[in-house]
Write a protein that binds this ligand. Structure first.
Ligand SMILES: C[S@@+](CC[C@H](N)C(=O)[O-])C[C@H]1O[C@@H](n2cnc3c(N)ncnc32)[C@H](O)[C@@H]1O
Length: 347
């Protein structure tokens, strides 16, 4: 990470997505049509308040003078938004690393694929939840029934085939539920066979009152299977980068869903979470979002990145509100290992 620009943004750029994953942290669009979300910081695929294209562009033009050095562009599905390529181009011209988090389907579109290469994205993290296409498409359904597992794999293959040697890193993210723990090593092997550069199994994060919590959330009785699956993955010696060796124990430690303290947390210091309406939070933890007083609520709307995100000073503070939702932030904040693996830095 650029020491002069140590700040990472996780930016849920847009709400819309062509998949309707029932466990997505954006919630279920059908439910939200009947009962729109009311909680502070709660995301929705149906969001009338998303920033307008001109507001997004005005903000990204101010990034070059800020301490932001890396942006994870997510959604919704960021690659389906008409303003995406212009936005990515401005981010890259500001000297900022950009990782596109995508459902993978847009990578099957040759024009989109070439445009991403031309813009010079640093990595693409593609979501795929199983080697079993039926399970994946159950977890990640297309309401129109047009796209699924095969398109995602085709998209990954297309990107791998089209990139130059120094082109973007390509990775797979798999959501781990109590129904696909066995996929931790299986998806690792599959990712390696495809030839991707990195693989991140991320535990599902669902609130206690989510309709799929009982069915999908990991439970304490799953931790032994979880540890074994991670051990098998890390022992396999696969030719791809995995999260740091401390990650499996961070995942299992999060399963009991206890609130803990993280010493010197990056949340709100070198990590900020931006929502489609422009709201900025310290991190994704709903505990921390709920604990943020209204007087401290911030937005990128109409603001300059240099003022919002100057170089951090002083020491990082401890966060007593770490929760199971924070686990997915560790690989994100350790992305140097992925963008500059030993094999690349030695070259
Ligand atoms: C919301 S998606 C947005 C980007 C893009 N549409 C995609 O499918 O990757 C970002 C990532 O969060 C994951 N995700 C969504 N809901 C989740 C949840 N409740 N717990 C853990 N990960 C989740 C997705 O699988 C995906 O890897």
């Amino acid at each position: 990470m650029n020491p002069v620009r140590p700040i990472t943004l996780l930016w849920s750029l847009r709400s819309l997505c062509d998949l309707a994953c029932p466990s997505c942290y954006f919630g279920d669009p059908l439910i939200h049509q009947i009962k729109p979300p009311t909680k502070v910081g709660q995301l929705s695929h149906i969001s009338p308040n998303d920033l307008k294209r001109r507001e997004v562009l005005a903000f990204v033009r101010t990034l070059k003078d800020s301490a932001v050095g890396r942006i994870f562009v997510a959604g919704g599905e960021p690659l389906n938004w008409p303003g995406i390529l212009e936005t990515l181009k401005i981010i890259k011209e500001a000297g900022i690393e950009v990782i596109v988090c995508t459902n993978g389907i847009p990578l099957t579109r040759p024009v989109m694929l070439q445009s991403l290469l031309d813009v010079g994205i640093d990595a693409a993290s593609v979501s795929l939840d199983s080697t079993d296409s039926a399970f994946n498409d159950w977890m990640r359904p297309d309401p129109k029934g047009e796209h699924g597992w095969q398109d995602v794999v085709d998209g990954i293959r297309a990107l791998l085939a089209a990139r130059a040697v120094d082109g973007p890193r390509v990775g797979i993210y798999t959501v781990i539920t109590r129904l696909n723990i066995d996929q931790i090593p299986a998806m690792g092997r599959f990712a390696a066979d495809l030839g991707v550069d990195y693989y991140v199994p991320q535990p599902i994060a669902l609130e206690d009152d989510h309709i799929h919590h009982e069915q999908l959330s990991l439970r304490p009785e799953d931790t032994s299977a979880l540890s074994d699956a991670f051990a098998e993955l890390y022992a396999a010696g696969l030719p791809l980068t995995l999260p740091a060796g401390t990650y499996p124990s961070q995942v299992t430690a999060g399963v009991p869903r206890a609130t803990t303290t993280v010493k010197g947390c990056f949340g709100g210091r070198t990590l900020h979470f931006v929502q489609p309406d422009g709201t900025i939070w310290d991190c994704v933890s709903s505990l921390r979002i709920n604990a943020t007083p209204a007087s401290a609520h911030r937005t990128i709307r109409g603001q300059s990145a240099a003022e919002l995100f100057p170089a951090p000073t002083g020491c990082a503070s401890d966060c007593p509100l770490a929760s199971y939702e924070c686990v997915n932030m560790w690989p994100l904040m350790d992305f140097d290992r992925i963008l500059t693996p030993a094999s690349r830095s030695a070259a």
